[in-house]
Design a protein around this ligand. Structure first.
Ligand SMILES: NC(=O)c1ccc[n+]([C@@H]2O[C@H](COP(=O)([O-])OP(=O)(O)OC[C@H]3O[C@@H](n4cnc5c(N)ncnc54)[C@H](O)[C@@H]3O)[C@@H](O)[C@H]2O)c1
Length: 322
C-alpha cells in the first residue's frame, strides 16, 4: 500500500482530509503551491510536504514518482472569483493541472484518482432538485473547468482504465476558509468570527439560501468513495448534499449556541445580483441518491450539528494557539 497524495493539500478540504487520513495511520503527502504557514502544526509535523505547481508537468510527475503514491486526492484548484478574474490561469491550473495528474497516474500506475468537483458545473434553468446526470452547462469559467476535469477523468477511465472517481460538492461549511474567497465564504466566516467573540455583518439578504455540506463530511466522503466497491459504482462522478439553510437559518443556529453573538445584515445589491445571475445553482438541492445507493453515502452533520461542531473546533484551536 503506497502513500496518499493530496493536491491542494494546504487548502480548506485538503487539511481536513489530511487529518482524517492521519487519524487512520495513513501516510500523507501534501502537494501545494502556497505557503505551508497555513498548515496547523499538528498536521505539518506528520505529513510529507512537496511544494509544486499543478501546471508544471515535471513537478507533478516528480511528486508522484518520488513518493510511492497509490492514491491521489486531486483537490488543487483555483476557485471563484479568481477563476473569473483570470480565465487563463483557471484553464492552466484547473484543466491542465487535472490532465497532468491523470497522465502521472497513468504513467506511474497509481491505483486511484479521487476528484473534487462542484455544484457549479450546473448552469441555468435548473430543477429545484438537480439529478446526478442533469446536463451541465455552467455559466462561469470555474464551472467550465470542473466539467472539463470530470470528462477528462471519465475519458482516462474508459480509455486507460484509470480508477477515476469524483464528487460534486455543494457549498462547504467549515473552519479555516480563507478570508474573502468566494461570495459563499460569509457562511463560514459568520460562524468563525462570532465563535471568536467578534461581530459580523452579512452582505446578502436574510432569505438568501444555499445547500451545504459540513467540512468533515466532505473530507470523509472522499475517503469513502475511494474505498467503495468498484462493481457497485454505476458512474464515475456523484452529486453530494448535506442540508439547506438561509442566511437567517445560519444566524438562528449560531445564536442557539452563542446567544450574545453580534450579527447584522447589510445586503450588497451588486453581490445579490451576481448571486441571482451567476450562482442560482447554489440554492438548489443536489440529488445524491446514486451516491447513497452505490456506496452508502450519507452526511453525519445537518445544520445544528455542523454549527455546534464548527464552534467547538474554532474555540479548541484558538485555545491551542494561545
Ligand atoms: N470550498 C467549497 O465550497 C467547494 C465546493 C465545491 C467544490 N470544491 C472543490 O474542492 C477542492 C478544494 O477546495 P477548497 O475549498 O479546499 O479550496 P482552497 O482554495 O482552500 O484550496 C485549494 C488549494 O489548491 C492550491 N492550489 C491552487 N493553485 C495551485 C497550483 N497551481 N498548484 C498546486 N496547488 C494549487 C491552493 O494553494 C489551495 O491550498 C477544489 O477543487 C474545489 O474546486 C470546493
Amino acid at each position: 500500500m503506497g502513500k496518499n497524495l493530496i493536491t491542494g493539500g494546504f487548502g480548506l478540504i485538503g487539511r481536513s482530509l489530511a487529518k482524517l487520513l492521519l487519524s487512520e495511520s495513513k501516510e500523507v503527502v501534501l502537494f501545494d503551491v502556497a505557503s505551508e504557514s497555513r498548515l496547523p502544526k499538528d498536521i505539518r509535523d506528520r505529513v510529507n510536504i512537496t511544494h509544486g505547481d499543478l501546471t508544471n508537468w515535471v513537478q507533478v510527475i516528480d511528486a508522484v514518482k518520488n513518493n510511492d503514491i497509490s492514491c491521489i486526492y486531486h483537490l488543487g484548484s483555483l476557485l471563484p472569483p479568481t477563476t473569473e478574474q483570470n480565465p487563463a490561469a483557471a484553464f492552466a491550473v484547473n484543466i491542465t493541472g487535472t490532465f497532468n495528474i491523470l497522465e502521472a497516474a497513468r504513467l506511474l500506475g497509481v491505483d486511484s484518482v479521487i476528484y473534487a468537483s462542484s455544484l457549479s458545473t450546473f448552469g441555468f434553468d435548473l430543477p429545484q432538485v438537480i439529478p446526478n446526470d442533469f446536463p451541465q452547462r455552467p455559466p462561469n469559467m470555474y464551472g467550465v473547468t470542473k466539467v472539463c476535469s470530470e470528462r477528462l477523468g471519465e475519458y482516462y477511465y474508459s480509455r486507460f482504465g484509470i480508477n477515476f472517481r469524483g464528487v460534486r460538492f455543494p457549498v462547504i461549511m467549515g473552519p479555516g476558509r480563507v478570508l474573502g474567497v468566494g461570495w459563499t465564504a460569509f457562511t463560514s466566516l459568520l460562524i468563525e468570527e462570532t465563535a471568536l467573540g467578534r461581530p459580523y455583518t452579512i452582505y446578502v439578504d436574510k432569505s438568501t439560501s444555499a445547500g451545504f455540506l459540513y467540512l468533515k463530511d466532505a473530507a470523509q466522503s472522499l475517503i469513502d468513495l475511494n474505498r467503495a466497491d468498484d462493481e457497485r459504482l454505476t458512474r464515475r462522478v456523484y452529486n453530494l448534499y448535506g442540508f439547506p439553510a438561509t442566511a437567517q437559518d445560519l444566524v438562528d443556529s449560531v445564536k442557539n449556541h452563542i446567544p450574545e453573538a453580534q450579527i447584522d445584515f447589510k445586503p450588497d445589491q451588486a453581490m445579490l445580483r451576481i448571486i441571482e445571475t451567476q450562482y442560482a445553482v447554489i440554492s438548489k438541492r443536489l440529488d445524491d441518491t446514486p451516491a447513497r445507493e452505490d456506496w452508502g453515502w450519507s452526511p453525519h452533520y445537518l445544520l445544528d450539528q455542523a454549527v455546534e461542531d464548527f464552534i467547538k473546533e474554532v474555540r479548541t484551536n484558538k485555545a491551542i494557539d494561545e
